[in-house]
Design a binder for this molecule. Structure first.
Ligand code: GUN
Ligand code: FE
Length: 437
């Protein structure tokens, strides 16, 4: 069958939240197949299983791609990233509010130029694929043409990607402001133009409550209620100066999350980056309303924001996925991001076992984005976005991984030591989208 291809390699994916599991033989949450076959038909997973058992039953004209010394995992998912900030990644010295003024806003002003936006979008998407990230929830800039640029590029790759125009009408440079009416209208036009095209979705994206007037937040909430299948994407309780500012700006509010909730912005498909300063009432609201958190460890460390309390989020069963938050974050690579997540939690005496770290970048992230019916693992019928990982990509990774036969131990070392060099190939719906060499 011309539309069918089989990929032979070791295969690892989550079937559920692995919790504290550290042995794939003792948990039904993780499936590991040492000599595995992933069969893809018309871009979707047809079947996974033991290669020797499946190969005999395959018709002879099905192509078998041999990745036998490597590991196939689901494409990784970045739940929060700013594509216009790739040019200011790793900028020295400031915490959030000064960092925005000194680095982020000047970089974003350049996106008034559509050619610049297209150039950065090209680089950004290629870089995601090179890092094994096949889905992302992306902030653009205030300019509609920045959204056109990122969607245009993602559509050409048939990538599953969600993005939106920043809404921002106060407390930022004049050149980056929209207004209540144009913010609503531009967002609506972008929804009509892009949402549901290919694998693209739109996200209504008030930057954070600091930079939106009450009128703008109310209009964003109206748009969100008119389009319940569209995402809401914003920042929440990242930095203590920011939280203090919010308490002054919205003196009527019980909490920062209460501001978003008041304006109808807390609902299913609402994704909040950071959430370092929540109380249990906020967590309960987040869980009850179906909101999700993007945990962005490299950013939280780099901007000196603080340590995310995953344990408390988990107790309330809140949806959580990992986010790179580049350019506040320091890597687009989700292995690097997961390794920093482990350390952030370790500092708080919280465990992040390897399968759960892996879950937060794959099935857990898909669940945070309400995409677990489509991506996140290799259940039959899901979109065949996957990554081929090479454990021999660096000499120290190779040496460390050769010391163990235990899957969890190898995965942990791969997460701690791995980066873009571990990504040998990236496939989108069964089609090669990036490969080394
Ligand atoms: N809060 C508001 N805007 C931003 C941003 O661009 N990056 C981060 N990390 N936090 C924000
Ligand atoms: Fe961010």
């Amino acid at each position: 069958m011309a539309n069918t291809t089989a990929f032979r390699a070791s295969i690892l994916h989550c079937l559920a939240d692995p919790g504290s599991a550290t042995d794939h033989n003792k948990t039904s949450a993780v499936e590991y197949i040492d000599d595995g076959l992933l069969i893809v038909e018309r871009g979707l997973v047809r079947e996974t299983g033991n290669a020797e058992a499946l190969l005999g039953g395959l018709s002879e004209d099905i192509k078998v791609v041999d990745h036998r010394d490597k590991l196939i995992v689901p494409g990784m998912i970045d739940c929060h990233v700013h594509f216009p900030q790739v040019d200011i990644i790793a900028s020295y010295g400031e915490q959030l509010l000064d960092w925005l003024n000194r680095y982020a806003y000047p970089a974003e002003q350049k996106f008034a130029d559509a050619a610049h936006a297209a150039d950065v979008a090209d680089f950004f998407v290629d870089e995601l694929l090179r890092n094994g990230t096949t889905t992302a929830l992306v902030f653009a800039t205030v300019h509609p043409q920045s959204v056109d640029a990122i969607f245009d590029k993602a559509l050409r790759h048939n990538m599953r990607l969600t993005a939106g125009k920043v809404l921002m009408d106060r407390n930022c440079p004049e050149e980056l402001r929209d207004d209540v009416k144009s913010g609503y209208q531009d967002s609506l036009e972008l929804i009509r133009k892009w949402h549901g095209k290919g694998r693209l979705s739109y996200a209504i994206s008030p930057r954070f409550a600091v930079t939106s007037s009450e009128g703008q937040l109310a209009e964003a909430g109206r748009l969100a209620s008119e389009h319940s299948d569209v995402y809401v994407h914003t920042h929440l309780a990242e930095n203590s100066d920011e939280v203090e500012l919010i308490a002054k700006q919205f003196s009527w509010s019980r909490s920062y999350l209460d501001v978003y909730e008041h304006f109808g912005l807390l609902r299913e498909r609402s994704v909040f980056a950071h959430c370092l300063h929540l109380d249990d009432q906020d967590r309960r609201s987040m869980a009850d309303n179906g909101g999700a958190i993007a945990f962005c460890p490299t950013s939280n460390l780099f901007l000196g924001s603080g340590l995310f309390d995953l344990h408390s989020a988990r107790k309330k069963d809140i949806r959580v996925g990992l986010g790179s938050d580049v350019g506040g974050g320091t890597s687009l690579n989700m292995l690097r991001t997961a390794s920093e997540a482990y350390k952030v939690l370790h500092l708080q005496d919280q465990a992040l076992p390897p399968f759960r770290a892996f879950y937060l970048a794959t099935l857990g992230a898909a669940r945070a984005l309400y995409l677990d019916g489509k991506i996140g693992n290799f259940e039959p019928g899901k979109e065949a976005d996957f990554v081929v990982l090479d454990s021999n990509s660096t000499s120290i990774t190779s040496r460390r991984l050769s010391t163990s036969d235990d899957v969890a131990e190898k995965l942990f070392a791969l997460i701690m030591l791995g980066d873009d060099r571990a990504v040998a190939a990236t496939y989108l719906m069964g089609e090669l989208a990036h490969s080394v060499g």
